[in-house]
Design a binder for this molecule. Structure first.
Ligand code: BGC
Length: 689
């Protein structure tokens, strides 16, 4: 029985103190037993102290049926969430996700998934957010906040450098310290430092030869000592089997091996390692303290835990709102979209994605969510039509053709465990699109999928609407977008390359899929658009691209200051005007270009954005701020962050390649604000302008 007066049961006390109290009451054997789970989704109980099993559920786009046995709201997948560039919306999403997790009895949701989209072939690109560390960081924080304000631990995954599925449990990602610092770690760091994430999942792969689940460098030094992580590290499912021994994982900082009974964290094995003097009780305590802290933070140690709801009309409405916010209009010649019944009455609806369902158990892997219902594209078109259009089957009989194409979650497409083999759409879809376009030049491709695809037919079709994996209300969102009841405002969170060879990770077999179980991140910092910029490659669609049914004009860019010091904040204002015919939202993107960038540094990078919804004719002043300290770069020589003084340019636009306004500014050579005076590492080599 729980001791009701014990500190660990007292919700009024700080979580860490409750964890310390509980830890002090556990016997050594009980501590050993808590290192691994019981069954697939729970930790073990300690009945003597009233400690119940603590449940973890998948995953990043809704609570998975496989982990809860319950149907739950299926939200759009990670990359669709990211295409909204909408922090406030994602906070609401996090809250809904947290509620649903709570409603099934969970304490931790295994998401968000925030690995960088390094190769477009990664089978899990659809789950992840972006190729850009800044966007990734800005979007993960509100999701974590939303989840955790519901008393559920967000578990950011997969830590770290887990950027492909091919060979995922054996491969070592060979990545430089600079690329880790600037590209692969920032979102994890933001999730911990700004989001206070209560849980992190260690990845299957090795990082520079050390298994991520046994890496003291990742799990202890960076996560806890440098970033101040106070929660628990759970292994990816079965990962410790590939991670060496009990000793290395305990010393490495892994709190919990999942699933139970564990392999290297079997109670007997931890006991043995202890008795052999390989690990100490302090080592175990250091790992378990975070798990018990998360239990306290989530109300798991409270006498009564409040209930929550799932599958509510509000959550389903939110799923639709998110799907609409992610709709990304890639091309729209002759303004064929939205469909206007006055001009286009007969609509041919074709293609394999028309009736397809995507919200099914384990469909795509652990991110699969089985929702109580799903609005397919066909159902959405019928439901939202309200007599405006006549649907026909033949392209040649129609005023316009809607061709529903795309990827699915079948193995080898957008799915866990295996990467895609190429950028092509599966089956005969390319031919079918071409055939439709030959019969009717007014062909619109409505594309499902969660990663970049090749579009050999792009010049032959009028428009392309990318709807990603839009979740259980997806069909309604798609129809509303096609009919103009929703104005698309999604922006690409990844570059769409013209060919695989243009993609940075695909320079050689050693850089992807890897050579002798080692994948060399030879492209260094040149991931995603950084590579396309540097090599001057024209992508199929650039990062940040996404059209609207209305037009946005940008003018009057003003910088408050044009010569700044390390402690300053760059403040820019501009006028944004909706000069078109209908209301719409625009994501104003701010890139900073280093005009003196050395060869080994990217030309420009996203450093800010602001999303504004404007009525037709409306004009707003947009204010964007960038702390100069955020322009620091990681110096491999100094092993530290430093500012490079010199000439810079602020660029504002509607995408990376649609820059509308520019303003020069200079950074003066001064000490970094965070560095103490004893540190000479911030000595700079460039002259300030
Ligand atoms: C995935 C994780 C997931 C876990 C539990 C693993 O295969 O990599 O993302 O949370 O399974 O389903």
């Amino acid at each position: 029985m729980a001791e009701s007066t014990a500190d660990y049961t007292n919700p009024a006390l700080p979580a860490e103190r409750r964890a310390t109290d509980l830890l002090a009451r556990l016997t050594l054997e009980e501590k050993f037993s808590l290192c691994a789970g019981q069954g697939l989704w729970k930790t073990k109980a300690v009945p003597r102290l009233g400690l119940k099993p603590f449940m973890l559920t998948d995953g990043p786009r809704g609570v998975g049926f496989h982990s809860s046995g319950k149907r739950c709201t299926a939200f759009p997948s990670g990359i669709a969430q990211a295409a909204s560039w909408d922090e406030a919306l994602l906070r609401r999403f996090g809250a809904a996700l947290g509620q649903e997790c709570r409603a099934v009895g969970g304490g931790t949701i295994l998401g968000p998934a925030i690995n960088i989209c390094r190769t477009p072939l990664n089978g899990r690109t659809f789950e992840y957010l972006s190729e850009d560390p800044y966007l990734n960081s800005r979007l993960v924080v509100p999701i974590v906040h939303g989840v955790q304000e519901q008393g559920i631990a967000a578990c950011v995954k997969h830590f770290a450098a887990n950027n492909q599925e091919t060979d995922r449990v054996r491969i070592s990602s060979e990545v430089s310290e600079r690329a880790l610092q600037e590209i692969y770690l920032p979102a994890f760091r933001a999730a911990v430092e700004e989001g206070d994430a209560w849980s992190v999942m260690s990845a299957y792969n090795k990082v520079n030869g050390v298994p991520a689940s046994a890496s003291a460098d990742l799990l202890r030094r960076r996560l806890r000592d440098e970033w101040g992580f106070r929660g628990f590290v759970v292994s990816d499912w079965f990962a410790p089997r590939f991670a060496g021994g009990t000793e290395s994982c305990v010393k490495g900082g892994l709190s919990l091996e999942m699933p139970g009974k564990g392999s290297i964290y079997k109670t007997g094995k931890v006991r043995e390692a202890y008795h052999n003097g390989l690990i100490t009780e302090r080592d175990v305590d250091a790992n378990l303290h975070g798990l018990l802290t998360a239990m306290a933070l989530t109300g798991h140690l409270d006498p009564v835990r409040s209930r929550a709801v799932r599958n509510t009309a509000e959550h389903q409405q939110l799923a639709r709102e998110m799907a609409e916010a992610g709709m990304t209009l890639l091309k729209n010649d002759n303004a064929v979209l939205p469909l206007r019944p006055t001009d286009l009455r007969k609509v041919a609806v074709l293609g394999p994605a028309l009736k397809k369902r995507y919200c099914l158990p384990l469909y795509g892997g652990s991110a699969g969510v089985w929702s109580p219902y799903e609005v397919t594209a066909r159902k959405g078109l019928e439901g939202e039509n309200r007599g405006r259009f006549e649907f026909v089957k033949e392209a040649r009989d129609a005023d316009v053709v809607l061709f529903f194409a795309g990827l699915s979650h079948r193995p080898g497409q957008d799915s866990e465990v295996r990467d895609r083999a190429s950028l092509s759409l599966p089956g005969r879809q390319d031919e079918m699109i071409r055939a439709a376009a030959r019969q009717n030049p007014n062909t619109v491709v409505v594309l499902y999928g969660g990663s970049p695809v090749a579009m050999p037919w792009l010049d032959e079709v009028r428009a392309v609407l990318l709807c990603w994996y839009p979740g259980m209300e997806g069909g309604a969102a798609v129809a509303r977008t096609l009919f103009g009841d929703n104005n698309p405002c999604g922006k690409l969170p990844v570059t769409f390359p013209r060919s695989l060879a243009d993609s940075p990770a695909h320079a050689s077999p050693r850089s992807y899929p890897g050579d002798k179980r080692t994948v060399h991140y030879d492209e260094e910092l040149f991931v995603g658009y950084r590579h396309f910029d540097k090599r001057d490659i024209e992508p199929l669609f650039p990062f940040g691209h996404g059209l609207s049914y209305t037009r946005f004009d940008y003018d009057n860019l003003v910088l408050e200051q044009d010569a700044l010091d390390a402690a300053d904040t760059l403040v820019a204002t501009l006028e944004l005007c909706n000069s078109g015919e209908c209301a719409g939202a625009e994501v104003v993107q701010l890139y900073i270009a280093d005009l003196d960038a050395p060869e080994d540094r990217p030309v420009q990078a996203l450093k800010g954005f602001a999303k504004h919804t404007l009525a037709a004719g409306e004009r707003v002043t947009v204010r964007l701020e960038v702390a100069v300290s955020d322009l620091r770069v990681f110096s491999p020589e100094a092993g530290n962050w430093e500012l490079l003084p010199g000439r810079y340019e602020l660029r504002v636009g509607s995408s990376l390649r649609d820059i509308r306004l520019r303003a020069p500014f200079g950074l003066r050579a001064t000490a970094n604000p965070d560095d103490d005076s004893s540190n000479d590492n911030n000595a700079t080599t460039r002259e300030a302008s």
